[in-house]
Design a binder for this molecule. Structure first.
Ligand code: 0RA
Length: 643
């Protein structure tokens, strides 16, 4: 990042506005840093880094170094202008630097000729970090001198600002070294991964700024450097790296106005998910807000306008919806403005109304231009959205059909369902069994009062892409919906489910893994409350059996087998590998999967189901290389799907 030489808003000590002392911070730390847990602890680092980033945004800083010190402290060093060292006009006998570190809100961001835009989360400044530290050392390189000032016990100045030597040639900058106060924080151990993730995003959002982390703590040594000359374009590429992008180009534009600016980068991938990440002054706005609203609205209009003009959307055809257009979209929206208002439950929603029309106008103009200039890519975007629209319509009609069917049939249950005789849903279990033969043996081994069997044929696997409309038309899936009996999608009514345990029973092979993934995707998309309430399970039959006397013992996996051998050294090494579900005999099936006290079930949570959905959209595509990449990057999480 080049240091700006043009608009030198010269800063003197008199520009630093003075508000209040530090006592309130120690009394109510939560008010200033959110919490005294890990989030609050890391907030200390963010506060100092944000100040350095402010220097970068003002064009004066090119590099920030964060060091997690071996003695538990944290050092943040930048090559900005350095905090002013001259005497402060209002605080007689104090340097401006001392005032910045001991007075709340005295960062140079409030009033005066300071920054137009600043990041600091609550704009409270580095003094808060000082207040919550047992020790803080401030070093400033400015005017050719190396200055030092120390604080202890929550921001009490320890001596005076002194020149302790010469600054390295031409160097200016600020270094803050602090030690979080253990009497304030639940724990004071920084987590490198948390810091890395944040620093990387800061680097993405500040094109060209180099940010480094050095972890010097014993046994945790590592260094990492982030610098992105492409800024948020690189961010989008990073997010889409493990996905199949629709085309190589990343769309990007920026508009800079007097009081605010917006930067957008976006690219579509072949998945069905929308990933929009928005930021205001470098702070993640996960609840969205004005910038996202403006973007969404303009995106929908621009793409529809283009599609009509280019005759990709015929006169009689309906407009593409925003949701259709955003299918598979990865986008970063970054805005900077003077006084961001953060609203919403977690204060992560941008409330400044003028931002909406700025982003909207910028997107309208620049995206329209991009579409005009890139007709090949524009066509791909429209075609993908049109496909999404068709799938959406098909899904709706498939749902309607399913709905009508179940209305006509009354309580009509699918013919393939071998239902249980008991009527208490809380005690009832539905086994979804892959393959008819497995269904047959499960039927013999079940408890007919509480256990129902629904065989599903592998044919469902032919759905080569996990399009919900295709799944809904599938007879097997329709039987499943009818058997569960609670409708689907927005009509799904958890109170009506006919079984409190829905148990997926599929072989431990590739086909079994596919069918599990597909079914979990289906539940995730169409019966989410079922997953959320913990009604979905995967049965995990053991891999081995062995005879102990006359009794058969089951061993879950290789590890269990080894443990068993260690504990029973005299056992003759005679183990049987259990065959697929279909080939298990009556006793085996009952003891490993049907008999509640002996079996092992994995309860599926929403994160796991969401992962299945993700896996589906990538894995069911034809791109083998991409599939391999995805599995590699997500190996740990995907494994459960391959039980
Ligand atoms: C007040 C005024 C100026 C810069 C800063 C504070 C400043 C604070 C921090 C905290 C970490 N790094 C920082 N770098 C700068 C403006 C200085 C000028 O106009 O020369």
């Amino acid at each position: 990042m080049a240091k700006a030489e043009k608009t030198e808003t010269s800063y003197s000590a008199s520009d630093i506005t003075v508000l209040e002392g530090l006592d309130p911070v120690r009394k109510r730390p939560g008010m200033y840093i959110g919490s005294t847990g890990p989030a609050g602890l890391h907030h200390l680092i963010w506060e100092v880094v944000d100040n350095a980033v402010d220097e970068a945004m003002a064009g004066h800083c090119t590099r920030i170094d964060v060091t997690l010190l071996a003695d538990g402290g944290c050092r943040v060093s930048d090559d900005g202008r350095g905090i002013p060292v001259d005497p402060h006009p209002q605080y007689k006998g104090k340097s401006a630097a001392e005032v910045v570190l001991t007075v709340l809100h005295a960062g140079g961001k409030f009033g005066g000729a300071g920054y137009k835009v600043s990041g600091g989360l609550h704009g409270v400044g580095v003094s808060v970090v000082n207040a919550l530290s047992t020790r803080l050392t401030l070093e400033i390189d400015r005017n050719g001198d190396h200055h030092k000032l120390e604080f202890k016990d929550g921001g009490n100045v320890d001596g005076k600002l002194e020149i302790v030597g010469k600054a390295p040639r031409d160097r200016t900058g600020t270094t803050v070294t602090f030690y979080p106060d253990p009497s304030i924080f639940e724990e004071t151990d920084f987590r490198a991964q948390t810091v890395l993730e944040r620093l990387q995003i800061m680097a993405f959002l500040n094109r060209g700024l180099e940010i480094r982390l050095a972890d010097e703590r014993p046994d945790r040594q590592q260094t990492q450097a982030y610098k992105y000359n492409g800024g948020i374009v690189d961010y989008v590429k990073h997010l889409n790296a493990a996905k199949e992008s629709l085309f190589k180009k990343v769309v990007s534009y920026e508009v800079i106005e007097e009081t605010m600016e917006v930067e957008v980068a976006l690219q579509w991938n072949s998945s069905y998910n929308e990933s929009i990440y928005s930021y205001a002054n470098g702070i993640s706005t996960i609840e969205g807000g004005m910038h996202e609203d403006g973007f969404r609205k303009a995106l929908t209009i621009a793409v529809n306008k283009y599609a009509r003009a280019a005759n990709l959307l015929k006169e009689k055809e309906e407009n593409l919806t925003g949701e259709d257009i955003r299918e598979g979209l990865t986008a970063i929206i970054s805005v900077r403005l003077g006084e961001p208002q953060f609203e919403g439950q977690t204060k992560a929603k941008l409330g400044n109304v003028p931002v909406r029309s700025m982003v909207e106008k910028a997107t309208n103009a620049k995206l329209a231009e991009w579409l005009e200039e890139n007709p090949r890519e524009a066509k791909q975007v429209v075609q993908k959205a049109a496909l999404a629209a068709r799938a959406r319509v098909a899904a709706r009609s498939a749902r309607d059909l399913t709905r009508r069917k179940s209305a006509l049939d009354g309580a009509g249950l699918p013919g393939k369902l071998v239902d249980c005789s008991g009527r208490d849903a809380r005690l009832s279990e539905l086994f979804i069994v892959e393959g008819n033969s497995a269904g047959g043996s499960a039927k013999d081994a079940r408890n007919p009062v509480t256990q129902a069997i629904l065989p599903i044929r592998g044919k469902i696997l032919n759905v080569e892409r996990a399009r919900i409309d295709k799944m809904l038309k599938n007879a097997e899936v329709q039987a499943l919906i009818a058997a569960i009996g609670a409708g689907l999608a927005e009509d799904f009514d958890l109170a009506k489910i006919r079984y409190h345990k829905i148990i997926l029973l599929a072989d431990a092979d590739v086909d079994g893994s596919h069918i599990r993934t597909l079914l979990l995707t289906f539940f995730f998309r169409q019966m989410k409350p079922l997953v959320e309430a913990g009604h979905v399970y995967v049965a995990q039959p053991p891999l081995f059996s062995t005879l102990v006397g006359k009794e058969k013992a089951y061993l879950k996996d290789e590890a269990a087998k080894n443990r068993f051998l260690e504990e029973n050294p005299n056992h003759k090494n005679d183990f049987q590998r259990l065959k697929g579900l279909g080939e298990m005999d009556f006793d085996e099936l009952r003891d490993t999967t049907m008999e509640a006290s002996k079996r092992s079930l994995l309860q599926i949570n929403v994160e796991q189901a969401a992962l299945a959905d993700e896996v589906c959209s990538v894995l069911m595509g034809e791109d083998v290389e991409l599939r391999r990449q995805f599995i590699q990057t997500n190996a740990k999480d995907v494994r459960f799907l391959d039980i």
